[in-house]
Design a protein around this ligand. Structure first.
Ligand SMILES: [Zn+2]
Length: 71
């Protein structure tokens, strides 16, 4: 009975994951799914996509311009 395979469902995507030492991210199927479950994946993506040189005041005035022109 010691060779019985334990399968768990990844909480994020539902994929079956074999519960053993080789699967570092169990019960998640991957690091990505673990990060998604922790809510960190979105934060990480935002950090990568963000442009640090874009200033808040520029974005704000652009929005105002668009509103003025369109309406
Ligand atoms: Zn998954």
């Amino acid at each position: 009975m010691s060779d019985e395979v334990i399968l768990v469902d990844c909480p994020t995507c539902g994929k079956e994951v074999i519960w053993d030492a080789q699967h570092t991210w169990r019960p998640f199927c991957s690091k990505r799914c673990k990060l998604i479950d922790l809510g960190e994946w979105a934060a990480e993506e935002r950090r990568i996509a963000s442009q640090p040189d874009r200033s808040d005041s520029e974005g704000w005035s652009e929005d105002e311009d668009n509103v003025t022109r369109d309406y």
